[in-house]
Each structure stands twice: as structure tokens, then as C-alpha cells.
Design a binder for this molecule. Structure first.
Ligand SMILES: Cc1cc2nc3c(=O)[nH]c(=O)nc-3n(C[C@H](O)[C@H](O)[C@H](O)COP(=O)(O)OP(=O)(O)OC[C@H]3O[C@@H](n4cnc5c(N)ncnc54)[C@H](O)[C@@H]3O)c2cc1C
Length: 373
């Protein structure tokens, strides 16, 4: 009897699971990927794509080709819920997919609930495919010139995307005004003061207005209302407010943390359901405090693949411990980048070239054809 390994979401961890099961198929196991999109974005190159340095194809992995080469069945669709007792995943089109072992790497949702009106006004960074469509529409509108764009969220994604959009609109000969709004006392929370200072200087030099310690309380057509009672007029708003958990894992009965992310142990195995494994942004590892970033999702790929294999074989699972700190290479829109590692900060064109080399190498690994994966 063939056993079914179902992968929900083609995120940064699952692409490595697919590659490894393609290199070394597990006898008697059929692997299926459920993903709404054929192409999955590599997050590290997204700001570079927005800035115009990479094409869509260069910063996306083609899940169709990857699955075909790995002998994995790909089903187009979105998981909406699980029947854990009957080992079924329910899809948006009503289909039910049976599994013997389940792995979830479906990423996070944009954190918009705290701001009334945010869902109706503005462009969240996730889902990425929808953001990129919205960005193309915004570029078309910006051709008229003189737009004011507010980016809400002054973490790495907000800072990078503001600088990238500004760069691209200048190339389009449609320069826009930008305001970056953060609710904390500094930009790039969690990064060293030296990194924050470099970016504060860059934002200042490029004329991006920075509002810190300001919570956005409400969004409406053409404006944001700030906590101080101020009205901030904006022609377009981009929401870079961080990661929220999708509702369906908790609603399905999986144990989650307080925020709704799936609770897993050091084997990336669900605390409540041993037949379910989880990695990437959607997972919350007990005792770990690493940020929700692509770096960790990528690192979880190999141990996730190994533990899925071991679980299928009934072998002892491998322990995974996230690294204490990760190197972040944060781009500045103009083919330059700043490296942030613990207390260290350094930047320049060579950091961009280094980042470009790493990122292109990463994506290329998932473009290999059958036999050379
Ligand atoms: C603009 C931007 C820039 C960023 N830059 C960096 C960076 O430079 N470095 C870094 O480390 N991190 C970066 N991040 C964060 C990074 O994108 C995420 O942490 C990372 O993508 C998480 O990977 P993941 O595997 O959890 O999920 P994702 O990469 O989000 O993949 C999840 C996949 O699951 C699919 N999916 C979602 N829901 C379902 C469902 N219900 N059923 C089936 N499939 C589903 C989605 O379509 C998607 O393909 C950036 C984020 C943004 C928004």
C-alpha cells in the first residue's frame, strides 16, 4: 500500500524537501504538493525585483518544474482546513486530500487586524503574488507623477521595499514622495544600532520621511489616521506590518501558540499531532525565539526533510536547533546592501554583489533538471 506524504505550501523549507525526496525517493511513498501558485517567490530577491534588478523569473522558483523533476505530484489549490481524525486536508475547491503524513510550510499572513480599514485600503506585502500585481498597478498610476506613498512598518521588509520602490519609480521617470511609519522608537528593531544608523542616514539622504513611535490607528481612502490624532494623506499605502498566523491551523484543532502559529517541538513535529510536521513562518518552536524570516525557513528545510523520512520509516527523529543569530543582507534599493550580523554592520556595493551571488546560487539549486538535482 502506497503511503501519502502531503506537503501544504511551496515555501522555503518545502522546496528543499521536494529536492531531497527527488534526489532520493522514499520507496512506497507518494509525495504531493498543494500550492495555490505555480511560482514561489524567493524572499531575499523580492526587493531587488521591485527595484528592477531582477526579472520575475529570476526571483521565483517554478514549483511545476521542480515537482516534475522530483517525481512529486503538484495540485493547484489552497488548504482551508484539516480533518485530523480522518487525515484529510480540505481545499478551497472542495477537494479532500488524504495523507498518512502531513507537512505544512504555508508561510504567514499580513498582520492587518490591529488597524481598522487596513484590509480595504492599501497593499499588503503578502501574499507576494498579489503584492506584485498591486505594485505593477501602482507603477502605472505613478506615471502621472507626484504620488505620495506611505509604507507602514519600519522593519527590514518595510525599509527595503520603500527604498526599492523609490528607486524603481525614479527609473520610471515617475518620482514619488515616500513616508515610512514605524510604531517603535527605531527602525529595524532587533538589528544593531550601527545598522539602524546607516539606514537612518540613507533614508534621510533619499528624502524618505520617517515617523517613529507612531501607531497607525485607522486607514481610509487617501489617508491614514495616526495615534497623535494626525491625518497623514497618502495616495497609496503599503502594509509591511509583520507576520500574522493564518486562521485554519488552529481552527482545525492543531495546537498553536497564543498568536495562532503551529506549535512544534525540536523535531519540527506538532505538539498535538505527531503525524504533522511544520516549518517556516507558520511554525512556532517551543523555547526558540528566532524571528520569522526566510533565513530560518531555509535552514529548516534539511532537518524537515530528514525527519519526514525518519517518521515514514518509524526511526528516531533528528533534533533541530535554530542558530542563535543569522546574517541579514539588507538592500538599499540601488544595488548596494548592508550586512547585519549581531553587533556588526558593514555595507557597500560589494555587499550587494555578495548577496546577489548567494541569492542567485540559492534559486539556481531549484532549477536543476531531473538527474542533476
Ligand atoms: C518584501 C519582503 C522581503 C523579505 N526579505 C527577506 C530577506 O531578505 N531575508 C529573509 O530572511 N526574510 C525576508 N523576508 C521574510 C520572508 O519572506 C519569510 O520569512 C519567508 O518567506 C517565510 O518562508 P516560508 O517558507 O515560511 O513561507 P513562504 O515563503 O511565504 O511560502 C509559503 C507558500 O505557501 C503557500 N500557501 C500559503 N497558504 C497556503 C495554503 N493555505 N495552502 C497551500 N499553500 C499555501 C504560499 O502561496 C507560498 O508559496 C521578506 C519578506 C518580505 C515580505
Amino acid at each position: 500500500m502506497i503511503r501519502q506524504l502531503l506537503l501544504i505550501g511551496g515555501g522555503h523549507s518545502h522546496i528543499e524537501v521536494i529536492r531531497r525526496f527527488g534526489l532520493s525517493p522514499e520507496p512506497g511513498v507518494a509525495v504531493t504538493l498543494l500550492s495555490p501558485d505555480r511560482h514561489t517567490a524567493y524572499s531575499g530577491m523580492l526587493p531587488g525585483h521591485v527595484a528592477g534588478h531582477y526579472t520575475h523569473a529570476e526571483c521565483h522558483i517554478d514549483l511545476g518544474t521542480l515537482c516534475r523533476d522530483a517525481g512529486v505530484r503538484r495540485i493547484a489549490g489552497t488548504a482551508e482546513g484539516l480533518d485530523l481524525a480522518r487525515q484529510l486536508a480540505r481545499c478551497d475547491d472542495g477537494q479532500e486530500l488524504r495523507f498518512d503524513l502531513l507537512s505544512i510550510d504555508a508561510g504567514s499572513a499580513p498582520a492587518l487586524d490591529a488597524v481598522p480599514g487596513a484590509r480595504d485600503h492599501g497593499l499588503p506585502l503578502r501574499p507576494v503574488a498579489r503584492f506584485l500585481e498591486g505594485w505593477q498597478a501602482l507603477r502605472a498610476v505613478a506615471r502621472g507623477g507626484g504620488l505620495h506613498i506611505a509604507v507602514v512598518g519600519a522593519g527590514a521588509a518595510g525599509v527595503e521595499i520603500a527604498l526599492a520602490m523609490q528607486h524603481r519609480l525614479a527609473l520610471d521617470a515617475a518620482p514619488a514622495r515616500f513616508t515610512l511609519i514605524g510604531d517603535g522608537p527605531a527602525i529595524l528593531a532587533g538589528h544593531a544600532r550601527g545598522v539602524q544608523r546607516r539606514f537612518e542616514r540613507i533614508l534621510h539622504e533619499r528624502g524618505i520621511v520617517l515617523h517613529l513611535d507612531v501607531a497607525v490607528e485607522r486607514a481610509e481612502a487617501g489617508a491614514l489616521w495616526l495615534c497623535r490624532g494626525e491625518r497623514c494623506a497618502a495616495d497609496a499605502v503599503v502594509w509591511a506590518t509583520g507576520a500574522a498566523a493564518p486562521a485554519w491551523p488552529r481552527a482545525s484543532g492543531l495546537q498553536t501558540d497564543a498568536a495562532g502559529f503551529i506549535a512544534v517541538d525540536e523535531h519540527l513535529q506538532s505538539l498535538s499531532h505527531p503525524g504533522v510536521f511544520t516549518a517556516g513562518d507558520i511554525a512556532s518552536m517551543t523555547g526558540a525565539s528566532h524571528p520569522k524570516s526566510g533565513v530560518y525557513a531555509v535552514r529548516q528545510g534539511p532537518p524537515l526533510a530528514e525527519n519526514l523520512r525518519r517518521a515514514l520509516r518509524g526511526e528516531k527523529l533528528l533534533r533541530y536547533r535554530p542558530q542563535a543569530r543569522a546574517l541579514a543582507l539588507i538592500s538599499t534599493g540601488d544595488r548596494q546592501a548592508v550586512a547585519s550580523y549581531g553587533p556588526f554592520a558593514f555595507g557597500g556595493r560589494w555587499v550587494w554583489r555578495w548577496k546577489d551571488h548567494i541569492d542567485r546560487g540559492f534559486v539556481a539549486r531549484y532549477r536543476a533538471t531531473a538527474g542533476s538535482m
